[in-house]
Ligand binder design. Structure first.
Ligand code: SF4
Length: 216
């Protein structure tokens, strides 16, 4: 693969990808959103060009900083644990063609969940659950709207409530709606989220429970 093709970009290759840049993979408890509390095998892929200033995984941004792993190797590692829910995250995982990875995971018996900002041109892969987490710093591709099973918006300041609401008319009625405070802003924003959800009960609070539990 040419170097420039591997650099940070939202363009996606149409070729199937035999390897992926894996920043880390680990078995833990899903701390956020609809599957909070469930055992999950996280696969964090390198590469993101969204540029959130509060991002807590900035080391994921440069895909070239992370070793390419074969899909066979990723699957073999995932099978060391009893859980059969995989969460593909990043970075922005949809910068990569995830067709082969999700096919292999599903063949191995995994539920395939993804966490994405939705900014990429195409949603590749076969997904059992799509968590759409839009960011103000780069507009999502509307293709994601009727694919999302869950909307999760990070609340950093007051205007993020309106940002969150702006997506609701475009989503499926079954899409679950979550508000989650940005971690460093919890003291100020969590009480506002509590009030907001009490007044707008179609929303739910998502807490980063893995941080309270001090687990990955
Ligand atoms: Fe970080 Fe996610 Fe924002 Fe990318 S989209 S900069 S990984 S928070």
């Amino acid at each position: 693969m040419l170097l420039e093709q591997k650099q940070q970009t939202s363009q996606i290759s149409t070729e199937s990808t035999a390897t992926l840049p894996v920043m880390e993979a680990f078995y833990t408890i899903q701390g956020e959103g609809a599957y909070t509390g469930r055992a999950a095998y996280f696969i964090r892929l390198g590469g993101c060009d969204v540029g959130c200033h509060w991002c807590d995984v900035k080391e994921s941004w440069n895909a070239d900083a992370h070793p390419q792993q074969s899909i066979d190797n990723i699957i073999a590692n995932s099978l060391h644990y009893p859980g059969r829910m995989a969460v593909i995250t990043g970075g922005e995982p949809l910068m990569h063609d995830l067709t082969d990875l999700t096919a292999a995971l599903q063949t191995a018996g995994f539920q395939t969940n993804i966490e994405t900002s939705g900014v990429c041109q195409t949603v590749t892969g076969s997904w059992d659950w799509i968590c759409f987490s839009p960011k103000k710093f780069k507009k999502p591709n509307p293709e994601i709207y009727n694919r999302a099973d869950e909307l999760k918006v990070i609340i950093y300041n007051q205007s993020d409530f309106a940002f969150a609401e702006s997506f609701v008319p475009y989503l499926r009625p079954t899409c679950k709606l979550f508000l989650q405070t940005e971690w460093s802003r919890s003291n100020e924003m969590l009480p506002r989220i509590v009030d907001y959800v009490k007044n707008h009960p179609q929303w739910q609070i998502s807490l980063q429970t893995h941080k309270y539990l001090d687990i990955p």
